[in-house]
Write a protein that binds this ligand. Structure first.
Ligand code: ADP
Length: 665
C-alpha cells in the first residue's frame, strides 16, 4: 500500500514548539494550520501559521487537548496530518488511536507503542526483555498497599514511588524510611488519580546521587534505527529539567558507545518509528559506572531539549520527523552522525525561584533578546513576544536559549554572555537562577547531580532584598520620578527624601539625599551607599559606587489606568521588579498593602486548609493551598500570629495580587 503524504498539517500545540514546527513545515512547502485557545488569540503561533482556528475556551482539556474537536477540524479543513509537539496530546495513546482510525497521519509512533511506553511499568518490562538494565524496583501488577510496603522493604530504602502513567514529575514521592512509606504512597496515588485517572504505581530504588542521561533515537518505516548521541539533563528542580547539554560531560567514549548501541537495540526491538528518547539514570555515588546506568523511561515524542542534539550533530530533527512520516528513509546512516562541539540549553520560565519555583502569570511588559549579530553562537527558540500574557492555564516556559561552542567552556561562556543581555520585565522569571547556574563553579567543573539545585538552593535564591540592590533601585526610582518631576530639586535640597518601594513583594523603606548634581547618598536600614558620577540617559544608568563602575539598564512601565509605576532593573547579574509603593493601591478596596496581608502570588483556585478566623498560626504553617497549573502550592504564614480576616472562599478562583487573608498580632 502506498504511504500517504502530508498535504496539510495541523499543529496541536502552542508556544515555541508550534512555531518551530510551522517554520520547518513551511521549508518543506507543507501548508500549516494552528489551533488556538481564547487566551492565545494574539500568540506568535497563530500569526505564523497559514491558517489559524480558534477552539473556544482556556483550559487545555477544552482546547489543545480536545481530541474530538481537533479531529473535526482536520475533516472540515481537509487536513491530513497532525504534529503534536511535546506535552499536551503527544503521548496520549487514545488520541493517537483516534488519529489512526480517522486515517490521518500522526507525526510520531503508532498508538500501540505510545501506549506501551506511556506506562512506566510496561515500558520497564519491555526493556528488560530487550536486555536493557532497568532501575531496580517493583513494576508488577499487584497494588495492595501491604504487599507494596513489604516489597519496598526488600528493595531497600530510600524508595521512589512513581505513578505508572506519570509525567512532568507528578505522581512521584520519595519515602526516605519505612515509616514514611504509606503516607508517601497515599500522596502519590491520589496525585496520580487526579492527574492521570490511573492510580497504579511502581516502586524504584531511589538513587540518591544521580545523573539524568538520555539518548536521542530515530527510526523510520523500514526498520532503520539510529541514535544521535547523548544529552545530560541533570540540572533540575522539582524533578524537571532547567539546563540541558549535549554531549553529556560525564561519559567517556566507551560508555557513550555502549549507551548509544543499547538504545538502538531497545528501539529496534519495538520497531520504533519517529523521534524518541531513551532516558537513563546513572548512579554516580562512586563515579560513573557502566553497570550502574539504568533505563528510566522512554519518551515517544520530540523533547524540549532536542535543540542541543541538533546543534552538535548538525541535524534538523523536526524536519526529520516530517520526512519520516512522509515515508522517507532516515537521510543519514549511523556513521554519518558525527558529534561535533558542545551545546547547552537554558529554559527561561516564568516562576518564582524564592517560593519553591511557583509558576507566575502576568503581562510581559518588556522583552528583549539580544541580537544574533552580537551573539552568533546562540539561538532563541520562543513563542513569546513582548505584550504577551503568561496565563495560569499553560506551561510557563517563555523561551529556550541554546548556545554552541567548540567545547564545553566555550558553550558556557557564550550562554553566559547572552543571558547577561536578556531583558524581561513585568513578570518574575528564573533568569537570575540561570545566570547563577551557568557561572557556578561546580557546574563548570561538571560536578553536579539531579539534586544539585535543590541541595544548594540558598546559593540560587534571588538576593534582590540585599540592601545594595535596594539602594540601586532607589537611585533609579528617584531619578525617574521625583527628580524628573521637580527639576529645581537640587536648589531646595532637603536633607533626606523618604521613598517606599516594594521589591519582589517586600516593602523597602529608604532615604535619599542628593549631595550635588551627580552624587547621591542612599540609606537602607542602617547602611549608607554613596553613588557618584551618576548619569542617566534613556533608561540606562551609569554611576560609581566606591571605586566600582556601575552600568545598568531599566524599564519604566506606567499603568495607564492607575498611574502606578513599575520598574524592571537589569543589572549584570540580576533582573528584578520594583514597584513604587507610594502610589500603589490594591485593586479591590483601595487599601494600601500591609505586611500582614497574604496576597495571591498568581491566578489559581483556593483550596482551604483548616484555618479559621481568629485561629493562631505559627511561622511556616500552611495558611491555604492554591491550585494552579495543575500543581498545588501552599501559602505559608510569614510569622507567628492570629488569622484576622479571610477574604476568599474554598473553591474560589482568585487573580494574582488579590488579598486572600490578613493576620494580626
Ligand atoms: P516524569 O515522566 O514525571 O518526568 P521521570 O521518570 O522521567 O518522570 O523522572 C524525572 C526525574 O526524576 C529524573 O530526571 C530524575 O531526576 C528523577 N528520578 C526518576 N527516577 C528516579 C530514581 N529511581 N531515583 C532517583 N531519581 C529519580
Amino acid at each position: 500500500m502506498p504511504i500517504p503524504k502530508i498535504k496539510k498539517l495541523l499543529i496541536a500545540n502552542r508556544g515555541e514548539i508550534a512555531c518551530k514546527i510551522i517554520r520547518c513545515a513551511r521549508k518543506m512547502k507543507i501548508p500549516t494550520v494552528a489551533i488556538y485557545s481564547d487566551e492565545d488569540i494574539n500568540c506568535l503561533h497563530t500569526k505564523l501559521a497559514d491558517e489559524a482556528i480558534n477552539i473556544p475556551g482556556s483550559l487545555v482539556s477544552k482546547t489543545y487537548m480536545n481530541s474530538d474537536v481537533i479531529i473535526k477540524i482536520c475533516k472540515k479543513y481537509k487536513i491530513n496530518a497532525i504534529h503534536p509537539g511535546y506535552g499536551l496530546l503527544s503521548e496520549n495513546a487514545d488520541f493517537v488511536k483516534m488519529v489512526e482510525n480517522n486515517n490521518l497521519i500522526f507525526i510520531g509512533p503508532s498508538s500501540k507503542i505510545v501506549r506501551n511506553m506511556g506506562e512506566k511499568d510496561k515500558a520497564k518490562l519491555i526493556m528488560e526483555k530487550a536486555g536493557v538494565p532497568v532501575v531496580p524496583g517493583y513494576h508488577g501488577k499487584i497494588q495492595d498497599k501491604n504487599f507494596l510496603e513489604q516489597t519496598a522493604k526488600k528493595i531497600g530504602y530510600p524508595i521512589l514511588i512513581k505513578a505508572r502513567a506519570g509525567g512532568g514529575g507528578r505522581g512521584m514521592r520519595v519515602a526516605e524510611t519505612s515509616n514514611k512509606f504509606l503516607s508517601a504512597l497515599e500522596e502519590a496515588t491520589s496525585e496520580a488519580k487526579t492527574n492521570f485517572k490511573d492510580k497504579n504505581c511502581l516502586l524504584e530504588k531511589y538513587i540518591s546521587k544521580a545523573r539524568h542521561i538520555e539518548i536521542q533515537i530515530f527510526g523510520d518505516k523500514y526498520g532503520n534505527v539510529i541514535h544521535l548521541f547523548d544529552r545530560d539533563c541533570s540540572l533540575q528542580r522539582r524533578q524537571q529539567k532547567i539546563i540541558e547539554e549535549a554531549p553529556c560531560p560525564e561519559l567517556n567514549n566507551d560508555i557513550r558507545t555502549f549507551l548509544g548501541d543499547l538504545s538502538v537495540k531497545a528501539a529496534r526491538s519495538i520497531k520504533y518509528e519517529g523521534a524518541g528518547t531513551i532516558e537513563f539514570i546513572a548512579d554516580i555515588e562512586n563515579g560513573i559506572d557502566k553497570n550502574k546506568i539504568y533505563f528510566m523511561e522512554m519518551n515517544t515524542r520530540i523533547q524540549v531539549e532536542h535543540s542541543v542534539t541538533e546543534a552538535v550533530t548538525s541535524t534538523d530533527l523536526i524536519t526529520w520527523q516530517l520526512e519520516i512520516a512522509n515515508g522517507n528513509k532516515i537521510s543519514k546512516s549511523q556513521k554519518d552522525i558525527i558529534l561535533k562541539g558542545w551545546s547547552i540549553e537554558a529554559r527561561l520560565y516564568a516562576e518564582n525561584v524564592n517560593n519553591n519555583f511557583l509558576p507566575q502569570s502576568g503581562l510581559i511588559h518588556h522583552l528583549n533578546f539580544p541580537k544574533m549579530l552580537k551573539h552568533p553562537n546562540c539561538i532563541v527558540e520562543t513563542g513569546t513576544q513582548e505584550g504577551d500574557f503568561i496565563t495560569p492555564f499553560y506551561d510557563p516556559m517563555i523561551a529556550k536559549i541554546i548556545s554552541f561552542g567548540k567545547d564545553r567552556n566555550e558553550a558556557i561562556k557564550y550562554l553566559e554572555n547572552f543571558l547577561i543581555d536578556v531583558e524581561i520585565g513585568g513578570i518574575r522569571t528564573n533568569l537570575n537562577l540561570l545566570k547563577k547556574l551557568i557561572t557556578n563553579k561546580n557546574f563548570i567543573k561538571g560536578n553536579i547531580d539531579t539534586k544539585f539545585v535543590e541541595s544548594n538552593i540558598k546559593d540560587f535564591i534571588d538576593n534582590e532584598s540585599d540592601p545594595y540592590y535596594v539602594a540601586l533601585a532607589g537611585l533609579v526610582v528617584f531619578n525617574e520620578t521625583i527628580f524628573k518631576q521637580q527639576s529645581n530639586w537640587y536648589m531646595w535640597k532637603p536633607s533626606e527624601y523618604p521613598l517606599n518601594i516594594t521589591i519582589q513583594d517586600r516593602i523597602q523603606q529608604l532615604k535619599i539625599c542628593q549631595r550635588n548634581m551627580n552624587e547621591y547618598e542612599i540609606k537602607v536600614n542602617n547602611l549608607k551607599y554613596l553613588f557618584t558620577s551618576v548619569k542617566i540617559h534613556k533608561s540606562s544608568l551609569k554611576a560609581k559606587l566606591n571605586s566600582q563602575n556601575l552600568d545598568i539598564n531599566y524599564k519604566l512601565i506606567i499603568d495607564k489606568h492607575t498611574n502606578n509605576k513599575f520598574f524592571t532593573i537589569f543589572a549584570k547579574d540580576i533582573t528584578y521588579e520594583v514597584i513604587v509603593l507610594d502610589s500603589l493601591r490594591l485593586r479591590e478596596n483601595n487599601e494600601e498593602f500591609s505586611e500582614d496581608d497574604i496576597i495571591a502570588p498568581m491566578h489559581g483556585l483556593i483550596k482551604f486548609n483548616k484555618i479559621r478566623e481568629n485561629s493562631k498560626v505559627k511561622k511556616g504553617d500552611v495558611l491555604l493551598n492554591l491550585e494552579a497549573m495543575k500543581m498545588e502550592y501552599s501559602l505559608n504564614s510569614p510569622r507567628d500570629g492570629v488569622i484576622n480576616k479571610i477574604y476568599v472562599k474554598n473553591g474560589q478562583q482568585v487573580t494574582e495580587k488579590m488579598k486572600l487573608l490578613s493576620l494580626k498580632k
